[in-house]
Design a protein around this ligand. Structure first.
Ligand code: PHE
Length: 339
């Protein structure tokens, strides 16, 4: 009898099931009413009286051992099955790292938002231009020194194809292709053959504005830019217009805003003047209208063009233009915006 108990003990010890069904088979074989262990208890009745004590202890040990093993195997298998099947939905999710917009995009979008409130519509034109749209139609006569105002990157050897030097080229397209009234904004890249420094780059961004209709006056231009300056730099911002020259506008002006840092008192950003230049503008020159097939006797208009880098530097107090092009995350991560 003792021998049989030891054999069963070994069988139980070496049992290692692969799944829950094998555990159930194990239970039926050893512990169910007709199983091997209850059968031992039946035989126990016939054991000689002097052996009863020893055999009884051994059978009970076997039964306890088998029951414990069964319970342990069951719980282990349930745990592993749970781990592979279940996902813990109460755990926090993996954070998704959001990028931020480039400061030039933030400023551009804000400028666009302000002018679209006045009814301006965003358009665009090619960065690779012909001489006619960048210069000719904009009243830059051939061989006129005005062409020297902008150092141009030419693409073709006959100097006809070039990288646009200003977004005013979009004006030339729009006036030839659209009928007034025109109220357009053209943001985009422009290129000039200039040495790269803290204040200049060979690639930068401008936004062009153009308004053509009957009875558009210089007062409309001034009011539009005053509204823009106050929306962009704060309600106490003032503008001033200084006479200037552009071949495609007459009269022309350069516009300054009161210094955003010292409010006009004079500081080192505005070099003590209290003013910061932000854009060029003027009334569309009649020659530009004629080149585009618009009658200057019927229509008038204004145009303005501003550098986005410059506006962004003034708005955020950035001192070096090269930072915009270096993609240094420590710089870029500082800009988050709703725009
Ligand atoms: N195109 C001019 C420049 O790049 C700016 C300008 C635009 C001036 C429209 C007048 C009218 O400096």
């Amino acid at each position: 009898m003792i021998e049989r108990i030891k054999e069963l003990q070994k069988a139980v010890e070496s049992f290692s099931p692969k799944n829950i069904e094998e555990i159930e088979e194990f239970r039926l074989k050893f512990l169910s009413k007709k199983g091997l262990i209850p059968a031992l208890f039946n035989e126990f009745r016939d054991v000689a009286a002097e052996e009863k004590k020893l055999v009884g202890v051994e059978i009970n040990k076997l039964k306890q051992f088998t029951t414990d093993k069964l319970n342990e195997l069951k719980s282990l298998l349930v745990v592993t099955e749970n781990n592979t099947v279940d996902i813990d939905l109460s755990r926090p999710g993996d954070p998704i790292k959001l990028g931020s917009r480039h400061p030039l995009s933030v400023a551009r979008n804000e400028i666009i938002t302000i002018f679209t409130r006045l009814g301006f519509v965003v358009g665009d034109g090619p960065e690779i231009e012909d001489d006619d749209h960048n210069f000719g139609k904009l009243n830059f006569p051939a061989d006129h020194p005005a062409r020297d105002m902008q150092d141009t990157f030419f693409i073709s050897s006959d100097l006809n194809v070039l990288l646009r030097t200003h977004t005013s080229s979009v004006q030339a397209h729009e006036m030839s292709e659209m009928k007034p009234p025109i109220r357009s904004l053209a943001p985009g890249r422009v290129y000039r053959n200039e040495a790269i420094s803290a204040r200049a780059h060979c690639l930068f961004h401008q936004i062009e504005g153009l308004y053509v209709d009957k009875n558009v006056s210089f007062a409309d231009l001034k009011q539009t830019l005053d509204y823009f300056a106050k929306e962009m730099f704060g309600e106490h911002t003032q503008i001033r217009m200084r006479p200037s020259y552009f071949p495609f506008t007459e009269p022309s002006a350069e516009v300054d805003v009161s210094c955003t840092l010292c409010n006009g008192k004079g500081c080192n950003v505005c070099k003590g003047t209290g003013w910061l230049e932000i854009l060029g503008c003027g009334m569309v020159d009649p020659n530009v209208f004629i080149a585009a097939g618009i009658d200057p006797e019927i229509y008038s208009g204004f145009a303005f063009g501003m550098g986005i880098e410059r506006i962004t530097m003034l708005k955020y107090g950035i001192k070096d233009l090269r930072l915009f092009f270096e993609n240094d995350l420590r710089f870029l991560e500082q800009f988050t915006a709703a725009y």
